[in-house]
Design a protein around this ligand. Structure first.
Ligand code: HEC
Ligand code: HEC
Length: 369
């Protein structure tokens, strides 16, 4: 059995269950612009556009809340009994809708200037196009990762320090740089608004609390699923779904590129932590997982991200240090950055320039067109 999942059936379920990450028409009911105008002009935006302006919710309405084509195997492995494309994710639609409203609302930050979506932008696979995000009080130390198929995640944050999404979603609230409004205070703030309280009553059976906030936000993050890429269609038997370059790139991924050693399974992540050397300077890696466990062998280890949604989620890596997929492939070609605890799975690759180009084409084809 090859390292890539082979779906045994054609894509026959309800059409396109992936997120419309690129959907163009702004939804009716999009955020009114007053909130933008009310933002304090505290600091200039970071190096690259777009600025920290609040993005609009351009997702499908309502979200399909169904398993996307191509991920059946991954969901089955994660314990879903009925894991056909189109079968339910098992999420409560009201809870997801509440989490979605919260995700796009800057009310959850100390000064009302930053929403989750300020750093996790819908048009960027919910990643941040800036290498480092800007919160209420300065820059984050890491790049905001794509929020794609986190429902399948084993741990969260680049160093895996959050065990569940419910734990994770409270961290940016409490973080003094990011939103600086710990969940208890955030819950108390929104409880003052009868409209929010009514929504919480309807979706969670009680007024806003820390736990209900966490449940709603986590439910929304779980609803951000994506599959049905050209690669999925190809693997399901639609031979014309990939160009010759993309198909050649798939074989590089599986053979000489050795990418599947860590980016495996239908979500292209082993959900483990490895030391690739990203961020290592002069032979010294960053702490990475070491900061969580205190174990020397965890120095420099970061979580393997999914490769879905890549076409929109640049820049790449936990520090946003690689601007393009071409740079990512060059990084792997030279075997990562050398340092003491680098993974033995990372070694210089013998790739031709054509291999490298094809590999990039394949990586892009993991995002729906
Ligand atoms: C100021 C920018 C910023 C804001 C605001 C923000 N995040 Fe993040 N988010 C990040 C960064 C940076 C990381 C990676 C941090 C790390 O790993 O140390 C991250 C990581 C995550 C992850 C982990 C994903 C994974 O695969 O490990 C999730 C989930 C997430 N954020 C959801 C949220 C939610 C929900 C909110 C709103 C309550 C939010 N974020 C607000 C910047 C932000
Ligand atoms: C030893 C395990 C391992 C191997 C082998 C590996 N990767 Fe990775 N990959 C990772 C880890 C871990 C990260 C995150 C590293 C970091 O940010 O510190 C990552 C990050 C990435 C990213 C950035 C994704 C994002 O959202 O920022 C891309 C793209 C990627 N890898 C592609 C590849 C390709 C292509 C190959 C084969 C040439 C490959 N990887 C081989 C473990 C691996």
């Amino acid at each position: 059995m090859g390292p890539l999942p082979r779906a045994t059936h054609l894509v026959t379920g309800p059409v396109v269950l992936s997120l419309a990450l690129l959907s163009v028409a702004p939804p009716t009911g999009a955020r009114a612009p007053e909130r933008l105008a009310a933002r304090p002009a505290e600091r200039p935006p970071a190096a690259t556009p777009p600025s920290s302006e609040l993005p609009e919710d351009t997702l499908e309405r309502p979200l399909p809340l169904a398993i996307p084509a191509g991920l059946e195997v991954a969901f089955e492995k994660a314990g879903w009994e009925e894991a056909a494309a189109g079968s339910p994710l098992g999420l409560d639609a009201d809870l997801v809708a509440l989490g979605r409203a919260l995700f796009f609302d800057p009310v959850l930050s100390r000064d009302g200037s930053v929403a989750c979506a300020s750093c996790h932008r819908p048009e960027a696979s919910f990643a941040d196009p800036r290498p480092r995000s800007v919160g209420v009080d300065g820059e984050t130390t890491r790049n905001a990762p794509a929020l794609v198929n986190r429902i399948l995640g084993g741990s969260f944050m680049w160093d895996g320090r959050a065990a569940t999404l419910e734990d994770q979603v409270l961290m940016p609230l409490a973080n003094p740089v990011e939103m600086d409004l710990p969940a208890d205070r955030a819950a108390a703030r929104i409880a003052e608004d009868p409209a929010w309280t009514a929504r919480f009553e309807a979706a969670c059976g009680g007024p806003p609390t820390r736990d209900r906030l966490a449940r709603a936000l986590a439910a929304f993050v779980r609803a951000l699923v994506q599959g049905d890429s050209p690669v999925d269609r190809f693997l399901a038997g639609e031979v014309a779904a990939l160009t010759a370059e993309e198909e050649a790139g798939m074989w590089v991924f599986e053979s000489r590129g050795k990418c599947w050693r860590c980016h495996n399974g239908a979500n292209f992540s082993d959900e483990r932590l490895h030391s690739t050397g990203v961020g290592a300077r002069g032979g010294a890696p960053e702490e990475g997982r070491f900061a969580v466990t205190g174990e020397e062998r965890d120095r420099g280890r970061f979580k393997t991200p999914t490769l879905r949604g890549l076409a929109h989620s640049a820049p790449y890596m936990h520090d946003g240090s690689l601007a393009t997929l071409e740079e990512v492939v060059e990084f792997y070609r030279r075997g990562g950055e050398p340092h003491g605890t680098k993974s033995p799975l990372m070694e210089p690759l013998e790739l031709t320039d054509a291999d490298a180009r094809n590999l990039v084409a394949f990586l892009r084809a993991l995002t729906p067109r």
